[in-house]
Design a protein around this ligand. Structure first.
Ligand SMILES: [Ca+2]
Length: 424
């Protein structure tokens, strides 16, 4: 992958951003705690997410291949392949990958042992010109096949083509994480698909966090503004690919990719506005290429990250219902791709802290910022009190997914094709 900065770097902008990021340390501390790593799987194609059952059985997605499961014995069963794949128990010809899009989030039903239900976020060609869908399926008794596919969400935008934009290709800003919250409802994170008016739109599902039931219906207490799609929990987001729930309060916390500045972690408020508004002809901005002002002006040439933030804020305070981020990665954008909370006394002072997998940014073979940060909040999650970079016994890489397993261990997937299990 040549451009790895939220999939949205132009050649002109890349030079400036690389210079900007050289020599930076986004974390205040480095933890010396000894970590143990077991390599669970290697040789995968862009592993994107995992869902781990109490027995250790681990479902995982590969962005351009499909859904598989690793049994406790280490054996892998390939369950649902995308178009063009071989070796899967079944294939779905409408599922495809392109750019950042493909088969992404996966999660098990909280009552999986009774109903055998699994959910997957994937890009589909079934509705032109392609949308993202949330699929619900039944896993058979011996974990060798899925059946009874029902698409419970069918209308999440997908970016079908790059047109003449100076940024991002098809599939850009595709969101894609799905998780169950403590109440048993399903949360779905989406991206703005380089659509200027999408994040603040009440009807387009891009740039949103959805809260739905397992049939795809809105949670009855979602409280978006009047006229909005009732499945929307929060809106005004750029590209949310991390969501996790605070074990103490149950609050939903998201990690979101910033536009060449300001990755954000935000504690969600029902009906709240993330404040991202790349629409043209608003907030002092004029026309923009392809009606998308997210990289204006002129790919931010010559600006430092604070000037960029002032010009095109990730959180525009002109909105009355805006949710301020609790952390902004010291103003950098490095790809905060996934989030999970650590739980268990084995984690010591990190018990209850959030981990964020950061993919980093790389030019000319020099990756910067690839790491896992441990983020400790105060009790009411109104502030971050400490950020520590986890010292890892595994090679650095693009950390695409972090998932806490039922065993308390932290499972991490890297774009290079590996899944590791980490514990102190
Ligand atoms: Ca925001």
């Amino acid at each position: 992958m040549k451009t790895t900065f939220g999939g949205a770097l132009s050649r002109a902008g890349a030079i400036g951003v690389a210079a900007l990021l050289l020599g930076t340390t986004a974390s205040a501390n480095t933890n010396a705690t000894s970590m143990r790593a077991d390599t669970i799987l290697t040789g995968l194609q862009s592993p994107w997410d995992m869902a781990i059952h109490e027995t250790g059985t681990m479902f995982f997605t590969e962005k351009c291949h499909g859904l598989s499961v690793r049994m406790p014995t280490g054996e892998v069963n390939h369950l649902l392949g995308m178009t063009g794949t071989e070796g899967y128990a079944s294939t779905a010809d409408d599922l495809f990958c392109e750019g950042q899009a493909g088969m992404q989030g996966v999660v098990l039903d909280p009552n999986f042992d009774e109903n055998r239900l699994i959910y997957v976020y994937s890009t589909s060609s079934m509705t032109a010109p392609g949308t993202n869908r949330v699929l619900r399926m039944v896993v058979n008794e011996d974990f060798t096949a899925v059946s009874d596919r029902t698409d419970i969400v069918t209308d999440i935008p997908y970016k079908p083509e790059a047109s003449d934009q100076p940024f991002g290709g098809p599939g850009a800003h595709n969101g894609g994480r799905i998780r169950f919250g403590p109440e048993g409802f399903l949360w779905v994170t989406t991206g703005d698909t380089h659509g200027g008016t999408v994040p603040q739109s009440g009807t387009a599902l891009g740039g949103k966090v959805l809260r739905i039931d397992t049939d795809g219906n809105a949670h009855p207490e979602n409280a978006p503004p009047e006229g909005f799609d009732s499945r929307i929990y929060t809106y005004g987001h750029r590209n949310v690919q991390g969501i996790a729930f605070d074990p103490d309060t149950g609050a939903a916390v998201i990690a979101e990719h910033g536009p060449w500045h300001s990755d954000e972690i935000t504690v969600l408020v029902n009906g709240g506005n993330g404040g991202w508004d790349p629409a043209p002809n608003t907030a002092g901005r004029g026309d923009c290429p392809s009606n998308y002002c997210g990289y204006e002006p002129l790919q931010f040439e010559g600006m430092d990250r604070y000037e960029r933030r002032a010009y095109m804020p990730m959180t525009d305070t002109r909105f009355e219902d805006v949710m301020m981020p609790v952390w902004d990665n010291n103003g950098w954008s490095q790809g905060t791709g996934s989030a999970a909370f650590l739980q268990g006394s084995q984690w010591g002072s990190w018990d209850g802290a959030m981990v964020v997998g950061i993919m980093g940014i790389g030019f000319g073979g020099t990756p910067i910022g690839q790491r896992i940060d441990v983020i400790e909040f105060n009790d009411d999650l109104s502030a971050v009190v400490d950020v520590t970079e986890m010292t890892l016994p595994i090679p650095s890489g693009r950390f695409r997914s972090v998932v806490t397993g039922p065993d308390g261990a932290l499972y991490v997937a890297q774009d290079a094709g590996t899944i590791h299990r980490l514990e102190p």
